[in-house]
Design a protein. Structure first.
Length: 255
Protein backbone atom coordinates (compact mmCIF):
# COMPACT_ATOMS: atom_id res chain seq x y z
CA UNK A 1 0.00 0.00 0.00
CA UNK A 2 1.36 3.39 -0.95
CA UNK A 3 1.99 5.86 1.90
CA UNK A 4 1.71 8.83 -0.46
CA UNK A 5 -1.38 10.99 -0.12
CA UNK A 6 -2.75 11.84 -3.56
CA UNK A 7 -3.68 15.51 -3.71
CA UNK A 8 -6.76 14.77 -5.77
CA UNK A 9 -10.42 14.65 -4.92
CA UNK A 10 -12.11 16.13 -1.88
CA UNK A 11 -10.61 16.47 1.60
CA UNK A 12 -12.05 16.74 5.11
CA UNK A 13 -10.99 17.38 8.69
CA UNK A 14 -12.86 15.50 11.42
CA UNK A 15 -12.14 16.38 15.03
CA UNK A 16 -12.54 13.75 17.71
CA UNK A 17 -12.18 11.07 15.04
CA UNK A 18 -10.02 8.45 16.70
CA UNK A 19 -13.13 6.70 18.05
CA UNK A 20 -16.92 6.88 18.36
CA UNK A 21 -19.03 9.07 16.11
CA UNK A 22 -16.02 10.92 14.74
CA UNK A 23 -14.29 7.72 13.71
CA UNK A 24 -17.41 6.43 11.95
CA UNK A 25 -17.67 9.77 10.13
CA UNK A 26 -14.02 9.73 9.04
CA UNK A 27 -14.29 6.11 7.89
CA UNK A 28 -17.39 6.74 5.79
CA UNK A 29 -15.95 9.93 4.30
CA UNK A 30 -12.87 7.94 3.28
CA UNK A 31 -15.06 5.30 1.67
CA UNK A 32 -16.89 8.11 -0.16
CA UNK A 33 -13.60 9.24 -1.69
CA UNK A 34 -12.33 11.88 0.71
CA UNK A 35 -8.85 12.31 2.07
CA UNK A 36 -9.34 12.70 5.81
CA UNK A 37 -7.44 14.36 8.66
CA UNK A 38 -7.84 12.23 11.79
CA UNK A 39 -7.70 14.40 14.89
CA UNK A 40 -8.01 13.90 18.64
CA UNK A 41 -5.93 14.64 21.73
CA UNK A 42 -3.95 11.39 21.78
CA UNK A 43 -1.36 11.02 19.03
CA UNK A 44 -1.20 7.23 19.29
CA UNK A 45 -4.98 6.88 18.97
CA UNK A 46 -4.95 9.13 15.90
CA UNK A 47 -2.23 7.04 14.27
CA UNK A 48 -4.04 3.77 14.97
CA UNK A 49 -7.30 5.14 13.57
CA UNK A 50 -5.63 6.55 10.45
CA UNK A 51 -3.77 3.29 9.81
CA UNK A 52 -6.99 1.32 10.13
CA UNK A 53 -8.75 3.52 7.58
CA UNK A 54 -5.80 3.33 5.18
CA UNK A 55 -5.74 -0.45 5.44
CA UNK A 56 -9.46 -0.65 4.78
CA UNK A 57 -9.24 1.65 1.75
CA UNK A 58 -6.09 0.00 0.42
CA UNK A 59 -4.30 3.30 -0.04
CA UNK A 60 -3.19 6.31 1.99
CA UNK A 61 -6.20 8.57 2.48
CA UNK A 62 -5.98 9.40 6.21
CA UNK A 63 -3.43 11.52 8.05
CA UNK A 64 -3.23 11.65 11.87
CA UNK A 65 -2.81 14.93 13.74
CA UNK A 66 -3.08 15.16 17.53
CA UNK A 67 -4.66 18.38 18.74
CA UNK A 68 -6.27 19.82 21.86
CA UNK A 69 -9.40 21.59 20.63
CA UNK A 70 -9.03 24.17 23.40
CA UNK A 71 -5.74 25.30 21.84
CA UNK A 72 -6.41 27.99 19.22
CA UNK A 73 -2.94 27.78 17.69
CA UNK A 74 -3.13 23.99 17.45
CA UNK A 75 -6.44 24.23 15.59
CA UNK A 76 -4.92 26.64 13.11
CA UNK A 77 -2.06 24.18 12.64
CA UNK A 78 -4.37 21.23 11.98
CA UNK A 79 -6.19 23.25 9.31
CA UNK A 80 -2.96 24.36 7.64
CA UNK A 81 -1.51 20.86 7.80
CA UNK A 82 -4.62 19.42 6.18
CA UNK A 83 -4.48 22.00 3.40
CA UNK A 84 -0.81 21.23 2.81
CA UNK A 85 -1.28 17.46 2.96
CA UNK A 86 -4.35 17.29 0.74
CA UNK A 87 -4.01 20.40 -1.40
CA UNK A 88 -7.48 21.60 -0.41
CA UNK A 89 -10.13 21.53 2.31
CA UNK A 90 -13.70 20.79 1.26
CA UNK A 91 -15.30 19.95 4.58
CA UNK A 92 -14.69 20.40 8.30
CA UNK A 93 -16.61 18.31 10.81
CA UNK A 94 -16.53 19.77 14.33
CA UNK A 95 -17.26 16.64 16.32
CA UNK A 96 -14.92 16.73 19.33
CA UNK A 97 -16.60 17.85 22.55
CA UNK A 98 -16.39 17.49 26.31
CA UNK A 99 -18.84 17.08 29.16
CA UNK A 100 -16.86 17.00 32.41
CA UNK A 101 -19.77 17.78 34.73
CA UNK A 102 -22.96 15.83 35.48
CA UNK A 103 -25.42 17.70 37.65
CA UNK A 104 -27.69 20.73 37.86
CA UNK A 105 -26.81 23.81 35.82
CA UNK A 106 -27.01 26.06 38.87
CA UNK A 107 -24.32 24.02 40.64
CA UNK A 108 -21.96 23.68 37.68
CA UNK A 109 -18.40 24.68 38.68
CA UNK A 110 -17.15 27.63 36.66
CA UNK A 111 -14.11 25.65 35.51
CA UNK A 112 -16.23 22.83 34.09
CA UNK A 113 -18.68 25.20 32.42
CA UNK A 114 -15.84 27.18 30.87
CA UNK A 115 -14.25 23.95 29.61
CA UNK A 116 -17.47 22.98 27.84
CA UNK A 117 -17.91 26.41 26.29
CA UNK A 118 -14.30 26.44 25.09
CA UNK A 119 -14.32 22.89 23.74
CA UNK A 120 -17.84 22.78 22.36
CA UNK A 121 -18.32 26.29 21.01
CA UNK A 122 -15.15 28.33 20.80
CA UNK A 123 -13.27 25.50 19.07
CA UNK A 124 -15.95 25.25 16.36
CA UNK A 125 -15.81 29.02 15.91
CA UNK A 126 -12.02 28.91 15.50
CA UNK A 127 -12.10 25.95 13.11
CA UNK A 128 -14.67 27.74 10.99
CA UNK A 129 -12.60 30.91 10.82
CA UNK A 130 -9.38 29.05 9.98
CA UNK A 131 -10.87 26.77 7.34
CA UNK A 132 -13.03 29.20 5.38
CA UNK A 133 -10.15 30.91 3.49
CA UNK A 134 -9.10 27.50 2.14
CA UNK A 135 -12.69 26.74 1.10
CA UNK A 136 -13.03 30.11 -0.60
CA UNK A 137 -9.93 29.28 -2.64
CA UNK A 138 -11.69 26.28 -4.19
CA UNK A 139 -15.07 27.93 -4.64
CA UNK A 140 -16.88 26.70 -1.54
CA UNK A 141 -17.18 23.98 1.04
CA UNK A 142 -19.20 22.49 3.86
CA UNK A 143 -18.86 22.89 7.63
CA UNK A 144 -20.74 20.50 9.89
CA UNK A 145 -21.21 20.84 13.63
CA UNK A 146 -22.10 17.74 15.65
CA UNK A 147 -24.48 19.21 18.21
CA UNK A 148 -27.01 17.28 20.35
CA UNK A 149 -30.70 17.03 21.11
CA UNK A 150 -29.52 18.41 24.44
CA UNK A 151 -29.47 21.78 22.72
CA UNK A 152 -33.21 21.54 22.05
CA UNK A 153 -34.67 20.76 25.46
CA UNK A 154 -34.06 21.02 29.19
CA UNK A 155 -32.38 18.25 31.20
CA UNK A 156 -31.79 17.78 34.91
CA UNK A 157 -28.15 16.73 34.85
CA UNK A 158 -26.60 17.92 31.59
CA UNK A 159 -27.82 21.50 31.56
CA UNK A 160 -24.37 23.07 31.12
CA UNK A 161 -23.56 20.74 28.23
CA UNK A 162 -26.94 21.45 26.69
CA UNK A 163 -26.33 25.21 26.84
CA UNK A 164 -23.11 24.74 24.88
CA UNK A 165 -24.87 22.65 22.25
CA UNK A 166 -27.72 25.15 21.93
CA UNK A 167 -25.12 27.80 21.23
CA UNK A 168 -23.65 25.56 18.53
CA UNK A 169 -26.98 25.58 16.70
CA UNK A 170 -26.93 29.37 16.58
CA UNK A 171 -23.31 29.26 15.45
CA UNK A 172 -24.46 27.18 12.47
CA UNK A 173 -27.26 29.58 11.60
CA UNK A 174 -25.13 32.69 11.81
CA UNK A 175 -22.17 31.29 9.91
CA UNK A 176 -24.51 29.90 7.25
CA UNK A 177 -25.77 33.44 6.68
CA UNK A 178 -22.32 35.01 6.67
CA UNK A 179 -20.59 32.40 4.52
CA UNK A 180 -23.38 31.62 2.07
CA UNK A 181 -22.20 34.24 -0.47
CA UNK A 182 -18.88 32.35 -0.60
CA UNK A 183 -20.71 29.08 -1.34
CA UNK A 184 -19.75 27.69 2.07
CA UNK A 185 -22.59 25.84 3.71
CA UNK A 186 -22.86 25.38 7.47
CA UNK A 187 -25.17 22.86 9.09
CA UNK A 188 -25.56 21.02 12.38
CA UNK A 189 -26.51 17.46 13.26
CA UNK A 190 -28.14 16.77 16.62
CA UNK A 191 -27.78 13.13 17.62
CA UNK A 192 -29.84 11.58 20.36
CA UNK A 193 -28.22 9.22 22.84
CA UNK A 194 -25.56 7.30 20.93
CA UNK A 195 -23.71 4.30 22.33
CA UNK A 196 -20.11 5.48 22.52
CA UNK A 197 -17.37 5.89 25.13
CA UNK A 198 -18.54 9.50 25.47
CA UNK A 199 -22.00 8.44 26.64
CA UNK A 200 -21.06 5.38 28.67
CA UNK A 201 -21.20 7.20 32.01
CA UNK A 202 -24.71 8.40 31.17
CA UNK A 203 -26.06 4.99 30.18
CA UNK A 204 -24.09 2.88 32.69
CA UNK A 205 -27.21 2.66 34.84
CA UNK A 206 -29.40 -0.06 33.23
CA UNK A 207 -32.61 1.71 34.28
CA UNK A 208 -31.46 4.99 32.77
CA UNK A 209 -30.39 3.26 29.57
CA UNK A 210 -33.76 1.51 29.33
CA UNK A 211 -35.51 4.85 29.83
CA UNK A 212 -33.57 6.42 26.97
CA UNK A 213 -34.32 3.42 24.76
CA UNK A 214 -38.03 3.63 25.53
CA UNK A 215 -38.10 7.29 24.43
CA UNK A 216 -37.19 6.32 20.87
CA UNK A 217 -39.69 5.02 18.35
CA UNK A 218 -37.32 2.24 17.30
CA UNK A 219 -36.64 0.87 20.78
CA UNK A 220 -32.87 1.26 20.80
CA UNK A 221 -30.10 3.78 21.25
CA UNK A 222 -28.23 5.13 18.28
CA UNK A 223 -24.90 3.93 16.94
CA UNK A 224 -22.08 6.01 15.43
CA UNK A 225 -22.91 4.47 12.06
CA UNK A 226 -26.38 6.05 12.29
CA UNK A 227 -24.85 9.54 12.22
CA UNK A 228 -22.04 9.21 9.66
CA UNK A 229 -24.14 8.88 6.46
CA UNK A 230 -25.78 12.25 7.09
CA UNK A 231 -22.36 13.85 7.43
CA UNK A 232 -21.29 12.37 4.08
CA UNK A 233 -24.46 13.79 2.53
CA UNK A 234 -23.99 17.26 4.04
CA UNK A 235 -20.33 17.32 3.03
CA UNK A 236 -21.03 16.57 -0.62
CA UNK A 237 -22.59 18.32 -3.62
CA UNK A 238 -25.99 16.63 -3.30
CA UNK A 239 -26.78 18.96 -0.38
CA UNK A 240 -25.74 22.14 -2.20
CA UNK A 241 -29.02 23.95 -1.34
CA UNK A 242 -29.04 22.91 2.31
CA UNK A 243 -27.51 25.33 4.81
CA UNK A 244 -28.22 26.83 8.23
CA UNK A 245 -30.15 23.73 9.28
CA UNK A 246 -30.12 21.32 12.21
CA UNK A 247 -30.72 17.67 11.33
CA UNK A 248 -32.02 15.65 14.29
CA UNK A 249 -31.08 11.95 14.36
CA UNK A 250 -32.50 10.50 17.56
CA UNK A 251 -34.83 7.64 16.65
CA UNK A 252 -37.80 9.94 17.25
CA UNK A 253 -36.99 10.66 20.91
CA UNK A 254 -37.49 14.42 20.59
CA UNK A 255 -40.77 14.24 18.66
Amino acid sequence: MSSFIEKTGRAAIVTGSSRGIGNAIASQLATAGYNVMISSRRAEACTVAANRINETEGRAVAVPFAVDIADKQALEEVVNTAAESFGRIDSVVCNAASSPYFGSLRDAPDSDFETMLNNNILSAHWLTRFSTPHMKNIGGGSIIYIASIGGLRAYDNIGAYSVSKAAMLQLARNYARELGPSNIRVNAISPGVIETDFSKSTIANPKLKAAFESETFVGRLGLPEDIAPMVVFLAGPNSSFLTGQNIIIDGGASV
